[in-house]
Design a binder for this molecule. Structure first.
Ligand code: GLU
Length: 468
């Protein structure tokens, strides 16, 4: 069987972290099996759906690299098809017209409550003779089996059994002829050939009702996998403080998409003790049996840790492209050609131990800074007159060095020796001169990335400029 999964968000807001994880699980499951991953926008609720939300969801998926197959399906556009299925169920006798008014339904409920009976509405029209139908508005209801049980063999939750007498005859088509959401989901999943429904466990109850439509139509039921929600680190429902943000916020915080994918995959799914993995590994390993039954806890520390590893492992050119996209979404100045060249040359050392792009860019300050370099307060302290004197004396040794790491290390070590000092004493003033900062990448990395001419220019500037 070839696998077809789907992500079916309602476009009522941004793509939040839970939705992104659902999309990722579906994507991993399909991609790892040579299947298809489809995208359906569930925009039937016209009052709450907005084109902006749809755009935000598409953008979020795009950033996360979760590409879908085929066209994006709009559920609203398929309303005529949903109504057609409701009519087919009616024609089969699996559904019926119900003329009960809202007043009659609440009167039924009141009475049931008084007598301590179930308040689930039982329509008097369920078995009525069509010759008794009034000329009045009606809804179409599904004729749910009144005895027996509905069994959901869920790949995560296990076997879930619901007594059919706990399910009412749900409305399929409203009196204005519009389909209800529950019908739309089933018809769409069937028509799109969805084989596996992987979604939040807040939809588990819906599955029981949806099963009724599948069986009435004689359609194959998909494999169900209802995944537990995400909680905060304290075990409570995920709140904004915990990271219940739109994925665009994570992009703006400068997390790399690969790290985000890795982290989201680990939120509720595991493969042995593996924490850090590539997309190829995740696709290869991902399986429904690895999804846990209890809610995963969102943990920024773990996210950052994985992001750091992904930055370090990324290819330089890809990283540079992602950094440029990051600068774009955060509305920072785009890179100049010189800055881009500098970053490309320095990436090998910048990507070590940076957990986010802002951290990486802070390390890259020696490349991105305007020249002449203006030291910050801490760096300024390292440029006292004595240190400037030492830097001045070092300059000719650098002039004569060929620009390789070994030679630079040897030249500065010999110089420090001759001065009766340690290289450590030179490092502070050099950092200040080259980057204007007290914390920087290694002095030799900076020298190599900047090149001889620029390195000496910066040192000379630091030597001759007045301290404040
Ligand atoms: N549209 C639903 C939601 O955003 C998902 C429905 C489904 O996956 O079946 O929660």
């Amino acid at each position: 069987m070839s696998v077809v999964t789907r992500f079916a968000p309602s476009p009522t807001g941004f793509l939040h972290i839970g939705g992104a994880r659902t999309a990722l699980f579906n994507w991993l499951y399909a991609r790892g099996r040579g299947g298809k991953f489809l995208l359906r926008i569930e925009d039937t609720d016209r009052a709450r759906s907005t084109p902006e939300a749809t755009a935000a969801i598409l953008k979020g998926l795009d950033w996360l690299g979760l590409d879908h197959d085929g066209e994006v399906v709009s559920q609203f556009d398929r309303a005529p098809r949903h109504a057609e299925v409701a009519q087919a169920l009616l024609a089969k006798g699996a559904a019926y017209k119900c003329f009960s008014t809202p007043e009659e339904i609440s009167a039924f409920r009141e009475k049931a409550k008084e007598h301590g009976r179930s308040t689930l509405f039982q329509s008097p029209w369920r078995d009525a003779d069509p010759s008794s139908y009034p000329d009045a508005p009606y809804v179409i209801r599904l004729k749910t089996a009144s005895d027996g049980e509905t069994v959901i063999e869920d790949q995560v939750q296990g076997r879930v059994v619901i007594r059919n007498d706990q399910l009412d005859d749900m409305i399929l088509l409203r009196s204005d002829g519009t389909p209800v959401y529950m019908l739309a989901v089933v018809v769409d999943d069937h028509d799109m050939g969805v084989t596996h429904v992987i979604r939040g466990d807040d939809h588990l109850n819906n599955a029981a009702r949806q099963m009724g439509i599948y069986s009435a139509m004689g359609w194959d039921v998909p494999v169900w996998a209802h995944i537990p929600l995400i909680h905060g680190p304290d075990g409570k429902k995920l709140s904004k403080r915990h990271g219940a943000l739109g994925v665009d916020e994570y992009q703006k915080m400068g997390y790399p998409a690969a790290g985000m994918r890795n982290y989201l995959a680990r939120l509720g799914w595991s493969h042995g003790d593996d924490e850090f993995f590539t997309d190829a590994q995740a696709q290869d390993w991902f399986d429904l049996s690895g999804i846990g039954k209890s809610p995963a806890r969102f943990d920024f520390k773990k996210l950052e840790n994985l992001c750091g590893q992904h930055i370090a492992a990324a290819e330089d050119a890809a990283l540079l492209r992602e950094i440029e996209a990051y600068l774009d979404v955060t509305e920072e100045n785009p890179l100049t050609d010189a800055q881009r060249d500098g970053l490309a040359r320095g990436m090998y050392c910048l990507k070590e131990r940076a957990k986010t792009f802002p951290e990486l860019l802070e390390k890259a300050r020696f490349i991105l800074t305007d020249t002449p370099v203006v030291p910050d307060e801490k760096a300024q302290k390292a440029l006292d007159p004595v240190s400037r004197g030492i830097l001045g004396a070092l300059t000719p040794h650098l002039q004569n060095a060929s620009w390789s790491r070994e030679e630079l290390e040897a030249a500065t070590a010999a110089f420090a020796d001759a001065q009766g000092t340690k290289f450590g004493k030179l490092a502070g003033p050099l950092r200040a001169a080259l980057a204007g900062r007290a914390v920087t990448p290694s002095v030799f990395d900076m020298m190599l990335v900047l090149g001889k001419e620029e390195t000496i220019r910066r040192i000379e500037h630091a030597v001759t400029s007045e301290t404040g």
